[in-house]
Design a protein around this ligand. Structure first.
Ligand code: HEC
Ligand code: HEC
Length: 288
């Protein structure tokens, strides 16, 4: 499947050069060193087309229940469980059922003054465990593992239905621009960038793979994904896991794929999440 996509993409410039009316031929604007592309697809239309092809299949699976909900329930249990030397649970400070954290997650990731960089929700959660619960640093939850993914999912679910509202101005703007550079920066053997697939050629369909447009990438994480079935128990994963998947598909060797929570990943997460601003957040997502 991946190979066919590659063929499609290699062939696209040829196709494009023969047609003259596509949006991507419009003049792209240059901004702060990044040559931005014009979005090739109307996002609403894309959603309709996607539903036509995958809608029934996904709907049927979702009717049986999104298995990501089990992870959400785990997260809820952990949120109410005492841990660390202070004898507190998250709920001791943030309320039963996270009452005081409603509407918080849609602001993440965000610029943080102490960090002088981008703070993601999992980092904030670990900070609370350390600073406010007295959990030893060695017991910090490792990004991408079950515990932090479950609690992130639970905290995010408290903002389901609310519009994503990531700040990109003020002190955040420098990091947003850095994230944009990452999104447009060439990687791997074929010198691709994220924007080629998610902006310039967004909406194209080949061999059961749609190229989803940038505004649809970030509103549903952590997400359940059938494709992640190989490793038991970890079908439900995070946005940075998904970044890694795409970077790998761009033919970047394993040792060169950026680690979780590096500046590269955090700035990229800020940029990609901001593309979903105003769209309602809904977790856990459900994907093939
Ligand atoms: C002893 C009280 C206490 C406990 C226990 C605690 N927190 Fe916090 N939490 C705070 C305080 C105070 C802040 C704001 C300042 C800060 O960042 O420390 C905060 C901030 C947060 C925020 C960011 C809020 C915002 O406005 O952006 C989140 C999310 C959060 N905590 C989640 C958690 C989770 C999840 C747990 C359990 C793993 C937890 N906290 C445990 C006191 C606590
Ligand atoms: C060669 C084309 C290609 C490139 C380059 C690419 N992606 Fe993707 N990306 C895809 C495809 C195809 C999918 C959807 C696959 C599927 O249906 O599961 C996807 C899915 C995603 C998703 C999840 C969308 C969802 O609906 O769950 C995210 C997030 C994402 N990409 C981010 C990135 C980032 C960040 C980069 C650059 C580091 C990147 N992608 C580079 C092809 C690409």
């Amino acid at each position: 499947m991946k190979k066919m996509l590659v063929l499609l993409l290699l062939a696209t410039p040829l196709i494009l050069s023969c047609t003259s009316s596509t949006a991507s031929r419009k003049e792209a604007k240059e901004e702060k060193g990044v040559q931005e592309y014009v979005m090739a697809v109307d996002v609403k239309q894309f959603e309709k087309d996607y539903a036509k092809v995958h809608g029934n299949e996904l709907k049927k699976m979702e009717e049986d229940g999104n298995p990501g909900e089990f992870i959400l329930e785990d997260g809820k249990d952990m949120f109410h469980k005492v841990d660390g030397s202070a004898g507190k649970s998250c709920a001791s400070c943030h309320g039963e059922n996270g009452a005081k954290l409603k509407g918080i997650a849609v602001n993440y990731p965000k610029y943080d003054d102490n960090l002088k960089g981008v703070l993601t929700l999992p980092m904030q959660i670990n900070m609370c465990r350390e600073k406010n619960m007295g959990v030893a640093k060695e017991k910090s939850w490792k990004y991408g593992k079950a515990e932090i993914t479950a609690v992130e999912l639970y905290v995010k679910s408290l903002s389901n239905g609310m519009p994503i509202n990531v700040k990109t101005d003020g002190p955040a703007s420098k990091f947003y621009e850095a994230g944009k550079k990452n999104f447009y920066g060439k990687l791997g053997e074929w010198n691709w960038n994220c924007a080629q697939c998610h902006v310039k050629y967004a909406g194209r369909y080949s061999r059961q793979e749609f190229l989803p447009p940038a505004p649809l990438l970030a509103d549903h994480w952590p997400s359940f994904r059938l494709d992640w079935g190989k490793e038991a128990g970890m079908h439900t994963r995070t946005i940075q896991d998904r970044f890694k998947g795409c970077i790998k598909n761009m033919r970047v060797s394993d040792d060169k794929i950026p680690d979780f929570e590096t500046e590269y990943m955090r700035n990229l997460e800020l940029y990609v999440t901001a593309q979903a601003n105003q769209r309602p957040q809904h977790v856990p997502g459900f994907r093939r």
